[in-house]
Design a protein around this ligand. Structure first.
Ligand code: ITT
Length: 230
């Protein structure tokens, strides 16, 4: 039995728009986006920052084993682009990758693009925080300026790539404080709040952070894709 493609398209359109009478669930998301990160802290923040956009988010481990290339580029842009492209190619889906890190002025911008590997492959977040504090020993608060930088890449399996960037200025605390967040959050202080990112509620970090700024621009890009403009 053949099916009229116009009817099929129309019923798909209805399925996507309507509330399901069977389950009472709302409209189906119109696009699927693979979040190309192995870092659960990042995934949770990205999911929160894309809330309400109507996009189905797939964690990397739900699209099968995909080899993400090593971060061997010499910029956040390059690394984000490589991760997103590799995942879009391997999954056949739109993919979003985030490459981010901490730049400490008194350390000449370190750890920078090596943020995830700072202190060696076995180092934990706590080890990396201790290392940064150790390297800044004796440096007064006014010279402990730093920023988080985040570059988000959105790759289409057909090869198009879009980038967005966000920066959050702050300074390195004298000791770790707080238990929320991940990575360098316990030592990254927002001067206007007098608190580290690990001391504030997730909503506050998601309003001020480098990732929040990059994802605000990424939302506009995704909105364009949803509306067929990009
Ligand atoms: P993926 O590459 O799988 O996404 P990753 O942790 O290796 O995960 P990056 O290479 O981008 O990610 O490294 C970024 C590192 O910078 C991350 O491991 C943290 O240590 C730190 N970082 C980035 N954003 C942060 C944030 O919002 N709060 C605290 N630390 C952050």
């Amino acid at each position: 039995m053949s099916c009229n493609p116009l009817l099929l398209n129309f019923s798909l359109f209805l399925t996507r728009q309507a509330i399901s009478p069977l389950t009472n669930l709302g409209p189906l998301p119109r696009i699927t986006l693979v979040i190309a990160t192995g870092n659960p802290g990042k995934f949770n923040e990205i999911a929160e920052l894309l809330h309400g956009l109507g996009v189905l988010l797939l964690p990397l481990d739900r699209v099968g084993p995909i080899e993400v290339p090593p971060e061997s580029g010499d910029s956040f842009q390059e690394n984000a682009r490589r991760k997103a492209e590799a995942v879009a190619q391997a999954s056949g889906q739109l993919a979003l990758a985030d490459d981010s890190g901490l730049e400490v002025d008194a350390l000449g911008g370190q750890p920078g693009i090596r943020s995830a590997r700072f202190g060696g492959p076995q180092a934990t977040d706590a080890d990396r925080n201790r290392l940064v504090l150790e390297m800044l020993r004796g440096i007064p608060p006014e010279r402990r300026t730093a920023r988080f930088r985040c570059v988000v890449a959105i790759a289409d399996p057909r090869g198009s790539i879009r980038l967005a960037e966000g920066i959050c200025e702050g300074r390195i605390a004298l000791a770790p404080r707080g238990t929320r967040g991940f990575g360098y959050d316990p030592i990254f202080e927002i001067p206007s709040l007098g608190k580290t990112f690990a001391e504030v509620q997730p909503e506050v970090k998601n309003r001020l952070s480098h990732r929040a700024k990059a994802m605000a621009a990424a939302r506009v890009i995704l909105q364009g894709i949803l509306e067929g403009r990009a």
